[in-house]
Write a protein that binds this ligand. Structure first.
Ligand code: NIG
Ligand code: FE
Length: 417
């Protein structure tokens, strides 16, 4: 009953479509003044102008929400995070403040390895409750779907544990955020395999991919394709095997060094290539031609003091760009959607309309869910946000501050206190 909802007197602002929007399409939003959205059993059944919903008892079996002219947008899709982990790395952050680089900390055994140590010490309940606390914070900023990665176990048990935590959170009734799981066993080389990275890739292919797939524990497979982590050849080998098992493919690509990760994503038909701070011109063209979603994570560039990805050029080249937070304990301990939007507009020269598409429909496409979420259209899930204004231009103007006053998940209302 509570999933039957009518939202009326809304200014509806949404991209339109059931697949990624590329290039110029990213700036085309549909706006309906005095709009109504009807959600029946969690699915959108009407979008259009008001039909007199403010009359008492218009639809008896529906909750009514008067948006009072405020903007109604699709729920945000945060399509790249690492929110399931143990411990924290604030000390490492202070080393970075003193000038040490992310990669040099990683090379001397800190970085991802230190979170691996902490995560291996967690049990299911502890890990689940730590992860759950992030979901509430995400929901308050308007996120209705999040992608989460394993990659802090790097052994059989702990990788599976991370994925099981996400499955358990996703199976909760009346959850505020849907979770799409990604297997990132190739996030770093575990110390047990020091000097034997090809053997570790063999282990992932031989043992982990079948286990994860048969257990239905992840839809996507990702790899940290980076100088000093996993090479282009190793990434190709792993992802080709993952594809044969039915995984959708993602890559941490060209984050620190221009290695050709974007080109590899296009070659393999990956769903997305992520980070891309140092993607080459050829890589950008390959993503545009190959229909790879370019997922940009400006909070990470900000936190690492790295140059921002070339979002404007990617869109102008015809790419579909998505934005995500990269929430993780190391390179970017932030899940701030408001700051992501501000950085994208200020430093990556994306328009406000493009950032909205990037955080909704294109985020959905980066998870192969553009047929179900990411826009306000009949047949999609009733996932929305209400802003505190009738003007969506406040989104980047609120720098790091939240302007979402209501998150609606499957037709259920979650006011932001
Ligand atoms: O997306 N680059 C690799 N993985 C994460 C960082 C993980 C960590 O530092 O714990 C990223 O930036
Ligand atoms: Fe990441």
């Amino acid at each position: 009953m509570s999933e039957n909802l009518i939202i009326f007197n809304a200014r509806i602002v949404t991209p339109i479509g059931f697949s990624a929007r590329r290039g110029e399409e990213m700036s085309q939003l549909q706006i309906i003044e005095n709009g109504t959205v009807e959600v029946t059993k969690g699915i959108i059944t009407y979008v259009g102008e008001n039909r007199g919903e403010d009359r008492d008892g218009y639809y008896q079996h529906y909750w009514h929400y008067n948006a009072r002219g405020h903007c109604l947008l699709p729920g945000f899709v945060d399509s790249h995070t690492h929110f399931v982990f143990g411990g924290e790395r604030s000390e490492e952050f202070s080393w970075r403040l003193n000038g040490e680089s992310y990669m040099s900390i990683m090379e001397r055994g800190g970085g991802i390895a230190s979170t691996v140590k902490a995560t291996r010490q967690m049990n299911f309940l502890k890990l689940r409750s730590a992860a759950e606390s992030f979901l509430k914070r995400m929901s308050i900023m308007g996120v209705t779907t999040v992608e989460g990665k394993s990659g802090y176990g790097l052994d059989r048990e702990t990788e599976l544990l991370q994925l099981k935590v996400m499955r358990s959170l996703n199976n909760t009734e009346h959850k505020r955020v849907d979770i799409v799981s990604t297997f990132l066993g190739a996030h770093a080389l575990p110390e047990e395999y020091a000097g034997r990275s090809d053997e570790y890739i063999d282990f992932l292919i031989r043992e982990m991919l079948p286990l994860v797939r048969e257990g239905g524990l992840a839809e996507c497979c990702d790899v940290f394709c980076e100088q000093g982590v996993f090479s282009i050849e190793q990434s190709r080998r792993l992802l080709q095997a993952a594809k044969e098992h039915g995984f959708l493919l993602k890559l941490h690509a060209d984050e620190i060094v221009s290695l050709g990760g974007a080109e590899l994503a296009a070659e393999l038909g990956a769903l997305s290539a992520d980070h891309l701070l140092h993607a080459s011109d050829a890589g950008i063209r390959a993503m545009a031609d190959g229909g790879v979603v370019a997922t940009l994570l400006p909070l990470t560039a900000f936190a690492l003091k790295e140059p921002y990805a070339r979002g404007r050029e990617m869109i102008d080249a015809g790419c579909a760009v998505a934005l995500a937070t990269d929430l993780n304990p190391g390179s970017c301990f932030s899940g701030s959607i408001p700051l992501t939007i501000a950085l994208a507009c200020i430093y990556m020269k994306m328009s406000i309309e493009e950032t909205i598409t990037a955080l909704t429909l294109n985020g959905a496409a980066a998870l192969q869910r553009a047929d179900r979420i990411g826009s306000i259209e009949v047949g999609k899930q009733g996932d929305f946000i209400v802003l505190n204004s009738d003007n969506y231009h406040i989104l980047p103007y609120y720098i790091g501050m939240n302007c979402v006053i209501m998150t609606i998940k499957g037709g259920m209302l979650y006011p932001v206190a």
